[in-house]
Write a protein that binds this ligand. Sequence first.
Ligand SMILES: NC(=O)c1ccc[n+]([C@@H]2O[C@H](COP(=O)([O-])OP(=O)(O)OC[C@H]3O[C@@H](n4cnc5c(N)ncnc54)[C@H](O)[C@@H]3O)[C@@H](O)[C@H]2O)c1
Length: 329
Amino acid sequence: MKIVITGGAGFIGRRLALKLLEKNDLDFGRGQGAPDKVIAFDVGEPDPPFPDDPRLEMVTGDVSDPDQLRALITPDTDAIFHLAAVVSAGAEADFDLGMRVNLGGTRAVVDVCRELGTNPRLVFASSVAVFGGLVPDVIRDDTHLTPQTSYGSQKAAGELLINDYSRKGFLDGRALRLPTVVVRPGKPNKAASTFASSIIREPLQGQAVDCPVAPDQPMWLLSPRRVVDAFIRAAELPAEAWGPSRAVSIPGITHTVQEMVDALTRIAGKNVSDRINWKPDPAIQAIVSGWPMLFAAERGKALGFEADESMEEIIQAFIEDELGGTFVR
Ligand SMILES: NC(=O)c1ccc[n+]([C@@H]2O[C@H](COP(=O)([O-])OP(=O)(O)OC[C@H]3O[C@@H](n4cnc5c(N)ncnc54)[C@H](O)[C@@H]3O)[C@@H](O)[C@H]2O)c1
């Protein structure tokens, strides 16, 4: 079984690659088994490097280059996870780069899949940023896509391509509208939502951190563990399960930033949460307040996708998975 992950050195791609390698009962519609080959394709190198595993191959390159993709996505490819992207504030700051990678890269991936003639399974990482502006209080799966950023527009265009290429039988696609995934390890990235990880991660490691949005700002959240499970589930669901739309909002939990901080206080103590300084940044606040934060996600639940139980569960998972079970009190 061969699997290709674009953006495979990134936060989610890396975890997905390692999780896939643990499985021996994957089923992408061509029979059950373990992966023989997982190719992580990315413009950057993984940090830290991948562990040694002869089944895991790291290939560096640009997702918007069809020739490079043709060398990877071959007829024996069972599933493609397309995660490579310039994230939200990055795509907003550099319009041309966002268009080339987020729209051009997705177009290149779906066209190379089409050329195979094998109708391969493709899972695309979309985002709640496809919604925005004057949206209803609660977003449903059939709410109109009204993105208010270039990133959200590029993700919405990707969803439409996935739907149309699936309808035509060029590929068997699925697009997951991901909540903000927390807690991300390492350094802050260029996503406008990066603070949602920083306000948990930095205080637990003894560092002060600035929070750029107001305490009453709600966020739609999912843990790295659950997002990886969601990608694998999406790839394993049969085509018949999806119906006319291949896009789905993945269930998450909604918490205000203050509720996130309160959960941190309950787990780690006030000493830790006092390391957060409230320093409003109007540019970040404007992007984040444009995102809807309440989702019915009924279709996602019916398809078997699962949210975390609580913010505490998310923080505990971060302490276990990334901090070796301990933190700076
Ligand atoms: N993490 C979240 O909260 C979240 C929420 C919604 C959607 N998403 C989407 O999920 C996907 C993965 O997100 P992530 O958090 O792992 O982000 P990430 O930035 O860690 O990973 C994206 C990867 O894409 C790579 N990349 C960028 N340009 C490339 C190019 N031209 N060619 C090849 N690779 C390129 C980057 O080097 C990076 O490793 C992205 O598509 C993102 O838009 C993430």
